[in-house]
Structures are given as C-alpha cells and as structure tokens.
Ligand binder design. Structure first.
Ligand SMILES: [Zn+2]
Length: 117
C-alpha cells in the first residue's frame, strides 16, 4: 500500500515485540499501518480456528509475502497457516480495507511495487 494512501500514517513496529524479547534493530523492525499495528499489538501469533494450533504471524523480515498470500482482486487470500492467522488477526479482509484496496487498484496504486532482490 503506498504510504500516501495510509490516512493514519505508518508506524515502526517491532515484529517480535519487546515483551517477547524482540530487539530494537532493523532486523526486527517493520513499517506498519496504524490499523495493522493496533490489531497486532504485542502478539507474535494466533490460534488457527480449524485446528486450535498456535501459529506464528507472518514476519516481513524473514518470510516472502508471495509464499503466504495471494491477491484475489482486492482480497488477500492466505496460502499457508501463517498467512491464515495473519489475515485473521490483522483483519486484512475487513470490508473497508477491501474497498480501500479496490479504490487504490482503480487508480493504479495497488498493488504497489515490491523491492526486488
Ligand atoms: Zn496494514
């Protein structure tokens, strides 16, 4: 999502929260929109509703987005259990978020370019 489109702005998030021993180092920091950051809080994972299994969240510092998610027009589809708990916990497919992606897609701003390499 382009930063200009994030009405609430970006925040620096500890991927592994300090509460769980995460360090303040670029290897453990990521830009997050305020909504995702609020939804994530200090969580490092969640429970899969289907199996009751605790599963870690997607980690943008070690995971590849395309391995855990796919875009279905403006909806984010989970491809793995890690993707599933992340979509659920961060409410990535709430109606207003899908509408926001759909709008950005229409004006050519979503999906954004990802760094290569
Ligand atoms: Zn977000």
């Amino acid at each position: 999502m382009p930063a200009w489109a994030l009405l609430a702005g970006c925040e620096v998030d500890h991927v592994i929260s300090r509460k769980h021993g995460g360090i303040t180092d670029p290897s453990n920091l990521a830009l997050s929109c305020a909504r995702c950051n609020r939804a994530k809080g200090t969580d490092v994972g969640s429970v899969l509703p289907t199996s009751g299994t605790f599963t870690r969240l997607f980690n943008p510092r070690i995971d590849r987005w395309d391995e855990h998610f796919a875009l279905d027009e403006a909806r984010i589809t989970a491809l793995t259990e890690v993707g599933r708990v992340t979509v659920n916990l961060l409410h990535l497919n709430d109606d207003e978020r899908v509408l926001e992606r759909r709008f950005l897609g229409r004006i050519g701003e979503y999906p954004g370019r990802r760094p290569s390499g």
